[in-house]
Ligand binder design. Structure first.
Ligand SMILES: Cc1cc2nc3c(=O)[nH]c(=O)nc-3n(C[C@H](O)[C@H](O)[C@H](O)COP(=O)(O)O)c2cc1C
Length: 168
């Protein structure tokens, strides 16, 4: 509960890099996520290259945290892998696999003292081209990650009555 309540989207980072060992821990955390049929229909592209970060920031409509973060993890849905077993439903499952992994990664990033932001607003095609993704691999989230240089307040929560319905 502490991590769930304390995690925030962090968009400002120190210049200090994130070590490879930590990156591997983040991926390990992501891979603990549940997955439809345990197919684990997701892929991770790890980007530290300055030029590719710039290109991805352009793809993300100029969002500066995508360029300034020392580390980007692009979490992708492996649509083909899931569709081979589940047909049309596979597309949704692979996106859910990727989203579940994203959340696990974000929580462990917070636990390790990192700051991270889930960036979902981007042009798919520019990202696919920049990362050489196969046709059936869909980028779902660009996670910008680094050592935090801000500590924003929690946004207001929605009233539970607005989002919960009970069927008794
Ligand atoms: C699917 C999705 C897409 C998002 N896309 C962006 C984005 O493109 N840029 C951004 O700055 N934040 C993005 N966010 C982060 C949200 O703005 C953020 O989670 C929300 O404002 C709540 O703040 P919190 O994460 O600190 O609780 C995205 C979050 C989700 C779940």
């Amino acid at each position: 509960m502490e991590a769930l309540a304390g995690r925030r989207s962090i968009r400002s980072y120190k210049e200090e890099p994130v070590s490879k060992d930590i990156v591997l821990d983040l991926i390990k955390a992501a891979e603990t996520a549940p997955s439809a049929g345990n197919l684990r229909a997701r892929k991770y592209v790890i980007v530290t290259n300055t030029q590719i970060r710039k290109t991805l920031a352009v793809a993300a409509y100029g969002q500066s945290q995508v360029e300034t973060a020392p580390l980007l993890v692009v979490i992708c849905a492996d649509v083909l892998r899931s569709s081979r077993r589940y047909g049309d439903r596979g597309s949704l499952y692979s996106i859910q696999d990727a989203a579940a992994a994203t959340m696990c990664l974000l929580l462990v990033a917070y636990d390790l003292g990192l700051g991270a932001c889930w960036n979902g607003a981007f042009d798919d095609q520019i990202v696919k081209d920049a990362l050489n993704l196969a046709k059936d691999v869909l980028p779902v989230a660009i996670l910008s990650i680094g050592w935090p240089a801000e500590s924003p307040r929690a946004p207001p929560a929605r009233d539970q009555d607005e989002v919960v319905s009970w069927i008794e």
